[in-house]
Design a protein around this ligand. Structure first.
Ligand SMILES: [Zn+2]
Length: 338
């Protein structure tokens, strides 16, 4: 029984080859929460569950929690694990889909070495096949198949969160390149600019990634500039500047938060324009924690900064928010089963 699979064909399974069971599990494994769904052949959600991601205990504890979330979703759907045709999981870190392993998942507990996640999860759930995918990749796959990108031949997904993830659809299918295509966050928007977590300078993520934004305001606060961001963080009992904290600070017109978000929007616009200048993409979908929070109020600014940098200003891409909300990752993960 295959435990991990290579990237499957992009289209939903052909109706001509009906599986023994049409139910599938989909999981979005995040640094703070685990979202699990059970869906039928029409991608209708039959049961769902959301659990907190364990902050300690390493990959074993996380695997237990993912299995527990799926068990809850199965119970809500009135089904058993053995009835699933398979389980797809979108996960952070370096995914080797063929080997069924995940490594370097730095926002999960003690998860650096390659861990046989597919096999261990399958073992906890009636030996059902498990397919793994990158978390951003599966969310964009979900939006393309079922959400804001439905029916589109080409699009760019921009997942604005702790980092800035991305994914490309070209010719109707996810474009993997040699395995690492779609790294929108590492498009260089300022040559020799701010140092990025990847080691290069001037990447979109170095300006727009929430982690980089926090580092930027911390440096300025240390120099005596005033901000309410960290007071808000403590008031809401967070240990970092979450999307919600940024959103509140911007709403309250905190000057430093406004400047940080402005830099981020400019970098996103320049990056989107560069991608469109190269590929003439008709559609850009904005998602992720920051994207979901800020699109309603700041989507027009992203469009403006994109427009400012377009080669062909007369044919801008449509820029839209994701349509699947919190379900995008888990629905897209269920699509990994092909
Ligand atoms: Zn970078």
């Amino acid at each position: 029984m295959p435990l991990g699979r290579r990237r499957p064909a992009p289209d939903p399974p052909a109706a001509s080859a009906p599986p023994a069971t049409a139910l599938r599990g989909g999981v979005d494994l995040g640094g703070t929460k685990i979202q699990a769904l059970v869906v039928d052949e029409a991608h209708t959600v039959l049961g769902r569950s959301r659990l907190e991601t364990p902050r300690e205990g390493g990959p074993e504890a996380v695997t237990d929690a993912v299995a527990a979330a799926l068990a809850e979703a199965l119970a809500a759907a009135g089904a058993q694990a053995g009835e699933l045709r398979g389980i797809g999981v979108g996960t952070p870190g370096s995914v080797d889909a063929a080997a069924g392993t995940v490594a370097n998942a730095r926002n999960l507990s003690d998860w650096i070495d390659p861990y046989p996640f597919a096999a261990r999860l399958s073992g906890r759930l009636a030996d059902v096949p498990v397919a793994l995918g990158n978390d951003v990749d599966v969310a964009i796959r979900g939006e393309h198949a079922l959400g804001a990108g439905r029916g589109q031949d080409a699009l760019l997904g921009v997942w604005w969160g702790t980092g800035v993830g991305g994914g490309l659809v070209l010719g109707g299918a996810m474009w993997a390149g040699r395995g690492f295509a779609g790294e929108f966050g590492h498009l260089v928007v300022r040559h020799g600019g701010a140092l990025c977590g990847c080691g290069n300078r001037g990447c979109v993520e170095a300006y727009a990634g929430r982690k980089s934004m926090e580092a930027w305001v911390r440096r300025r606060e240390a120099r005596g500039e005033r901000t309410d961001l960290f007071r808000l963080m403590e008031k809401h009992e967070k240990d970092r500047l979450t999307s919600g904290i940024w959103w509140r600070a911007v709403r309250d017109e905190d000057p430093l938060a406004l400047r940080a978000v402005e830099r981020a929007l400019q970098a996103l616009g320049a990056g989107i324009a560069s991608a469109v200048n190269l590929l003439d993409l008709p559609l850009v979908i904005i998602g992720g924690g920051m994207g979901d929070r800020f699109f309603a109020t700041h989507g027009a600014q992203i469009a403006q900064y994109t427009h400012d940098n377009l080669f062909r200003a007369g044919s801008p891409p449509e820029i839209v928010p994701g349509a699947l909300g919190d379900d995008a990752g888990a629905l897209g993960a269920a699509l990994l089963l092909g």
